[in-house]
Design a protein around this ligand. Structure first.
Ligand code: BTN
Length: 266
């Protein structure tokens, strides 16, 4: 277990030899943020597929300007660089691929059923198991790159976290044993690579992503920069927008926001 939990090229490649995702990797014992590094690589023309992986981040970043906190060695903290042939408005499809691959990899390695909370959180038994931060670059409407950063609470002692609004979850807490991070990461990369190749071939991940969403059919309050929209989460569309039926009966299409599932402790 100790060996499989070491995040090295060899430990990852022992499980899976990548064609694209993770064929090139940078592995850090400590870095400010894997997303910051991956965006810098993207902006200087690095090829897609590069993986930036860290055992610890000193300035891990979450969505909406939040911090992402994880004690050293407790988590999977990584960012992947994609250059998909998509428009900026379709970029959420890349994040969908990663979210589906994460849920599938968790099921394969641990047997646990995780879900996706719109837009990009990974939930386990109602708690937040992981999150994704997607950062984009474009030329006009065309996407130049998408960096998808993922933080997954693998062997995290939940008591070690500072108080947070959303209750956290971790795989080790749910299972009562540690999970080998290299095996989980390699399994994620294998699944994400297959889905990403399908995406580049014209497949839409929308249905697969939709099947794993915890949000649909729930009353939600979605914070956007302009307002909070309340209503019933009816559906999502192919670009990942959430369709919310308000109490007044109108259907609102929301591309990004922060969701509170009403009536739950999220
Ligand atoms: C969120 O739920 O707010 C998104 C969290 C994303 C955290 C990951 S950890 C690896 C990568 N590097 C970062 O600085 N952030 C993402």
């Amino acid at each position: 277990m100790a060996e499989a939990d070491t995040l090295t090229r060899e430990a990852i490649w022992a499980v899976y030899t990548p064609r694209l995702l993770g064929r090139e990797m940078e592995i850090y014992a400590e870095i400010d943020s894997t997303n910051t590094r991956a965006v810098a690589l993207a902006q200087r023309g690095a090829p897609e597929g590069i993986l930036v992986l860290a055992d610890h981040q000193t300035q891990g970043r979450g969505r909406l300007g939040r911090q992402w906190f994880a004690p050293p060695g407790s988590s999977l903290l990584f960012s992947l660089l994609f250059r998909p042939p998509l428009m900026v408005s379709q970029a959420q499809r890349v994040a969908m691929v990663c979210a589906v691959a994460a849920v599938e990899a968790i099921a394969e390695v641990t047997g646990l059923t995780a879900q996706i909370k719109w837009p990009n959180d990974i939930l386990l038994e109602g708690g937040k198991l992981g999150g994704m931060l997607t950062e984009l670059g474009g030329h006009g409407a065309a996407l130049d790159y998408a960096v998808v950063g993922m933080g997954l609470n693998v062997n995290l002692d939940l008591a070690s976290l500072p108080p947070v609004m959303t209750p956290p979850a971790s795989l080790s807490a749910a299972l009562g044993r540690k999970v080998p991070r290299a095996v989980l990461l390699a399994t994620f990369l294998r699944r994400a690579e297959a889905l990403y190749e399908a995406l580049k071939g014209g497949w839409s991940p929308h249905e697969a992503w939709r099947e794993h969403l915890a949000t649909l059919g729930q009353r939600v309050a979605v914070g956007t920069p302009e307002e909070v929209i309340e209503g019933l989460a009816e559906d999502v569309d192919a670009d990942g927008a959430l369709l919310v039926r308000t109490d007044e009966g109108s259907l609102r299409r929301i591309l990004a926001g922060d969701v509170t599932l009403r009536g739950e402790r999220l």
